[in-house]
Design a protein around this ligand. Sequence first.
Ligand code: ZN
Length: 161
Amino acid sequence: MDFFNKVSSTISSKGKDVTKRAKEIAEIAKLTGQIAEKEESVKGAYIELGKYVYESQKEDAPEEVAEKFAVIDAAVEEIEHLKREVRKLKGKQECPDCGKEVSYSAAFCSFCGAKLPEPDPEEVVEEGEVTEVTEESAEAAGPAEPVEAAEPAEEPKTEEI
Ligand SMILES: [Zn+2]
């Protein structure tokens, strides 16, 4: 690094400046640390700001940011879908009331006591058996919608590969 080469040549040619140089280096490190810290807080504020703008305007996204909103919408939807897949494989569901993870076959939430949706027997994953319903198998079975009965207001299946 250029900076350190300069430092070392300074040290060798002007030994008595070493203390002064060392102090400067320490000062530079301190200031650089402060800059990094402030940059982090700017980044954090931008994220908060972005969340605020998204939350407050997602119903009617301004044209300038509509594309970013769409990216967030799609990713959030996909995350929810993936979480449901994970839960299903674990034989769990999310309590619609408190959001905690509870057994898929439970009638009531063990945390808040809320009534849970009726489990669809076809959806319950037997131990060691994965009853995943893929687009293909659903089509092969007939024209009916893919089985997603736990939450009828399911997102469209457009993103599935
Ligand atoms: Zn609950």
